[in-house]
Design a protein around this ligand. Structure first.
Ligand SMILES: Cc1cc2nc3c(=O)[nH]c(=O)nc-3n(C[C@H](O)[C@H](O)[C@H](O)COP(=O)(O)O)c2cc1C
Length: 334
């Protein structure tokens, strides 16, 4: 009740001006107030729902509920403790790139109230992986006992903040040549490996020129090879198992989607280590720079059904778990 009241009072302020300014204001307010001692536990008490029906298993972890927040809301990882406290089962921060970048020129975020939709042309505006790492360390320090070596905590870092999972969505800088794209993903992974419960390779955004070409089979193979090799090495050094997800575009036609899936399947099959037993597939959501509005959901749902039958049956038979939301963009854990 109290929070509803506060939100109603702040809403006109938050929603005045353009959409991006409103979003930034919200981030600043939540970031500032969540530093008040005791506020995060208070939010948690207020909003966290615990029920056995909601309990969800994901990548060998138990989540309080299956509702997560997609990438793009908290691009720099500024407010994830508050987001967990508001009840999300998992939160995906990012997309983060190795170096900070400004993104596309403003205005680049447009409200379409009558369609209950947004046009997003942000273009991976973010403060870079190194600043994200610093921020995550300082956030963790607020939640763990003094003198704990964060790197040595190794796994389940977010367990110190919430019982949810923290995903980090990684991408490439605008200026990085496509042929060098893998280096950017490897670089983000190396800088942020200790802080994420899973990583998502974003190759779906239409707002970075040519990024979606990474979904093509040869480029995808190179990307998977480099990123998985790096992840395996880091995991070995830190005795962890970090799931990797690949975020594909919902706009891929059936042939292209089938081809990307085949590459991932072949890659998955070629790996003989014990990780295979931990792997799952999952569907997430749709991202598009075009009008993101209700009518697209039908297309998305249709795509989901068509591909469900054709492409995913084999994966399902491999004892993998496949989920899909209304909007469609599917990710595979490797
Ligand atoms: C304003 C905005 C910014 C986004 N930024 C990112 C991003 O940085 N990285 C990413 O992978 N997805 C990004 N997305 C896509 C979302 O993660 C999600 O896939 C998409 O909004 C579909 O989910 P929804 O139907 O629940 O909104 C963004 C979406 C919006 C609306």
């Amino acid at each position: 009740m109290l929070f509803d009241f506060i939100f109603r009072q702040l809403r006109p302020l938050i929603f005045s001006g353009d959409a991006e300014t409103a979003h930034e204001r919200m981030l600043t307010i939540v970031e500032s107030i969540s530093k008040f001692p005791g506020l995060i536990p208070l939010l948690r008490r207020q909003f966290m729902e615990e029920h056995s029906v909601l309990r969800t298993q994901l990548f060998g972890r138990s989540l309080q509920n299956p509702i997560g927040l997609a990438a793009g809301f908290d691009k720099d990882g500024r407010i994830h403790p508050a987001l967990f406290a508001l009840g999300f089962g998992f939160v995906e921060i990012g997309t983060v790139t190795p170096y900070p970048q400004a993104g596309n020129p403003r205005p680049r975020l447009f409200r379409l109230p009558e369609d209950e939709a947004l046009i997003n042309r942000l273009g991976f505006n973010n403060h870079g992986a190194s600043e994200m790492a610093e921020l995550l360390v300082s956030t963790l320090k607020r939640f763990i006992p003094k003198d704990t070596d964060i790197i040595e905590l190794n796994s389940n870092l977010t367990a110190n903040i919430a019982s949810g999972m923290l995903g980090i969505n990684i991408g490439k800088n605008k200026d990085t040549l496509l042929e060098k794209a893998s280096d950017d993903y490897v670089s983000c992974l190396s800088m942020l490996h200790p802080y994420a419960d899973y990583f998502t390779l974003n190759i779906s955004s239409p707002n970075t020129e040519d990024l979606r070409n990474l979904q093509e089979k040869d480029a995808l193979r190179v990307l998977l090879d480099s990123v998985c090799a790096c992840r395996d090495k880091l995991d070995q050094n830190h005795s962890r198992k970090t799931p990797l997800l690949v975020k594909l575009s919902p706009d891929l036609d059936e042939t292209a989607l089938g081809s990307s899936i085949r590459v991932m399947k072949e890659f998955f099959n070629s790996r003989s280590d014990s990780r295979q037993h931990d792997c799952e597939t999952s569907g997430t959501e749709k991202q598009t720079a075009k009008r993101k509005r209700r009518p697209e959901r039908k297309t998305a749902a249709e795509t989901q059904h068509g591909n469900d039958k054709k492409c995913f049956s084999e994966i399902r038979n491999r004892n993998a778990d496949y989920r899909c939301g209304w909007d469609f963009q599917w990710s595979r854990c490797i």
